[in-house]
Design a protein around this ligand. Structure first.
Ligand code: NAI
Ligand code: MG
Length: 485
């Protein structure tokens, strides 16, 4: 046994009490969907977890109508403090059921239990607690003395942080007085369906939250429904663009949180060992399925070799394997399609002339896996330096001066996140000021807080989620004409 060998420490799945199939959650109840049901699988084993319904256009219409009725009759008439009580109740139920939710998320998504248990689910509860506190204080949201809710919000979320993205969408929408129809991603619907049960447990008035499962066509039908007042989307830039086209010229409000190609900038005076940990969490956290990942490492030229050597040494200690094992650092890639996408872009890296290094970890036989990979000798024109890979792949570039670092960091069609590593606060502030990114971390990376706004520039989307700013996406000033439908 070497110092890296650990006895397995598997989290039990016995806490889960899953049904063999799930319907759509409309009007406070699970109802049958009209489309053909599909399986959600565990990407670590390819085993079916459960069957979920597929919502057709007719089902989407039912869900939107249910949300409208709940809005008109109940939710828009309720005081903020009453709405807040429901949100506090949901937050407490999430904490009570946190272990179950962590296991379900790990099973369905493939991410390590250490992450769902210590990051995803605690943040989900924190988001509901945070926005519960806002529900009766909307006059301080910066939109005038009596801001009003929009109506029915259509929310479409991706598979990388399934329950957390649900929380980012539903908590502010409900606090602001809207009702919602949410569509989880087709590969990770499980925790959204458990959340529907939590809504029942919290005795949330029927129709305030509706959850419809299905693939892209269901999402497209929801966006095109004339009865919605708002679309909030997190996912790929091409789908975001399609949504913006569908809604152009309508009164429907839109927020889009799309991709990224974040620069993590390491200056020569940085605390290197600390920076190595930040680089690792920046791109290898959640298998790199993170829109704000630090996927481009910009290293000052004179420390390049040292940083790369230390990074490779550190990456060689990461354990990839069963996501339910508490020792696991790197879990499974979420789907076969995503694995193919990662493989295709990384292959282009070698073809274009970059040097590939891959951690020599064992790859399980079943499931979708991609070992931590680092590319050096990367040029700004390479695809691996420009396209979002959305996998555990880091592209390393160098710079000589702060000006060059800034120019390279900003040389991207995206603009979601960036990181700065230096011991000099003055440099930190001066560089941060010139980076065109919505979130900039200094001497840390991938840290989230419900009070902090999050969002991007350019092709990373528009609108902000989180904090007081996140409320603006679900409210309008009282002197705006109501978007009644
Ligand atoms: P996607 O954008 O297709 O999926 C995201 C969500 O949108 C899912 O719920 C999906 O069912 C829905 N959707 C798909 N087509 C739609 C349409 N026409 N109208 C409305 N909703 C629709 O993302 P996909 O294909 O799973 O991933 C592709 C790439 O997108 C990834 O490799 C990654 O680069 C990027 N991505 C970025 C995310 C982020 O957090 N910014 C999240 C997921 C993917
Ligand atoms: Mg799944």
């Amino acid at each position: 046994m070497t110092f890296l060998d650990y006895a397995p420490a598997l989290e039990s799945t016995s806490i889960l009490n899953l049904k063999p199939s799930y319907g759509l959650f409309i009007g406070g109840e699970f109802v049958d969907g009209s489309g053909s049901a599909f399986a959600t699988i565990s990407p670590a084993t390819e085993a079916t977890i459960t069957q979920v319904a597929s919502a057709t256009e007719g089902d989407v219409d039912r869900a939107v109508r249910s949300a409208r009725t709940a809005y008109d009759k109940t939710w828009s008439k309720m005081s903020g403090s009453e709405r807040g009580k429901y949100l506090f109740r949901i937050a407490r139920l999430i904490q009570e059921r946190s272990r179950e939710l962590a296991v379900a998320e790990t099973l369905d998504n493939g991410k390590p239990i250490r992450e769902t248990r210590d990051v995803d689910i605690p943040l989900v509860a924190a988001w509901f607690f945070y926005y519960a506190g806002w529900a009766d204080k909307l006059e301080y949201a910066g939109l005038g003395p009596k801001p009003r809710s929009l109506g029915v919000a259509a929310q479409i979320i991706p598979w990388n942080f399934p329950l957390l993205m649900l929380a980012w969408k539903i908590a502010p929408a409900l606090a602001a007085g809207n009702t919602v129809v949410l569509k989880p991603a087709e590969t990770t619907p499980l925790t959204a369906l458990l959340f529907a049960e939590i809504c029942q447990q919290a005795q949330l008035p029927p129709g305030v939250v509706n959850i419809i499962t299905g693939a892209g066509a269901t999402g497209a039908a929801l966006v095109a429904h004339p009865g919605i007042n708002k679309v909030a989307f997190t996912g790929s830039t091409p789908v975001g663009r399609t949504i913006a086209q569908t809604l152009a010229g309508t009164e429907t409000k839109v927020t889009l949180e799309l991709g990224g190609k974040g620069a993590n900038i390491i200056f020569e005076d940085a605390a290197i060992d600390q920076a190595i940990e930040g680089i690792v969490s920046g791109i290898f956290f959640n298998q790199g399925h993170v829109c704000c990942a630090g996927s481009r490492l910009l290293v000052q030229e004179n420390i390049h070799d040292d940083v790369v050597a230390r990074l490779q040494k550190r990456l060689s200690t990461l354990r990839m394997g069963d996501p339910l094992d508490k020792n696991t650092d790197i879990g499974a890639v979420n789907s076969r399609a995503q694995l193919e996408r990662i493989t295709e872009i990384t292959d282009s890296g070698e073809v274009e002339g970059a040097t590939r290094w891959t951690s020599s970890c064992a790859i399980p036989e079943k499931g979708f896996w991609f070992a931590p990979t680092v590319f050096t000798d990367v040029h700004t024109s390479h695809r691996i330096a420009r396209d979002e890979i959305f996998g555990p792949v880091l592209s390393v570039l160098t710079f000589r001066t702060p000006e060059e670092a800034i120019a390279k960091a900003n040389n991207t069609p995206y603009g979601l996140s960036a990181g700065i590593w230096t011991e000099k606060a003055s440099r930190m502030l001066a560089v941060a000021d010139k980076l065109r990114a919505g979130v900039i971390w200094a001497n840390t990376f991938n840290k989230f807080d419900p009070a902090s706004p999050f969002g991007g520039y350019q092709e990373s989307g528009y609108g902000r989620e989180g904090g007081r700013h996140g409320l603006a996406g679900y409210l309008m000033p009282s002197d705006w004409k109501a978007g009644a439908k």
